[in-house]
Design a protein around this ligand. Structure first.
Ligand SMILES: [Mg+2]
Length: 122
């Protein structure tokens, strides 16, 4: 598996630590809210996949997703929403906003690994 740059946008430090271990040898870029996520994307033009939480301060995941899809330079990057907001309307909203996949927390590491293997192509 080739190492890919993956942006993780989540306000939980634990999630970042888990993904650091789980997604080795990929290169992770870390952001803790949607605003920071947009800054990291501007700095890292080679991000190939985004793993996105919904509930975050400053700018939530759905707002971040809308910004990404509105920007022609970013719109093609696959976004996987990983969130405890498991209600059907939240799933719908994320998928309608352009997420390719919705994984509910708590997740099995295989769920995330499977999606990353499928989508993290340079
Ligand atoms: Mg959160």
């Amino acid at each position: 598996m080739e190492a890919t740059k993956i942006l993780v946008v989540d306000d939980s430090k634990l999630i970042h630590k888990m993904f650091d271990v789980m997604l080795r040898p990929h290169n992770l870029v870390h952001a803790y809210d949607g605003q920071e996520g947009l800054h990291r994307l501007a700095e890292n033009v080679d991000v190939a996949l985004i793993l996105l939480d919904v509930n975050m301060p400053k700018m939530n995941g759905l707002e971040f997703l809308e910004e990404v899809k509105r920007n022609a330079d970013l719109a093609e990057i696959p976004v996987v929403v990983i969130s405890t907001e498991g209600k059907e309307e939240d799933t719908d909203r994320a998928l309608k906003a352009g997420a390719v996949e919705y994984i509910k927390k708590p997740f099995q590491s295989e769920d995330v690994l499977g999606v990353v293997q499928r989508l993290a192509v340079n």
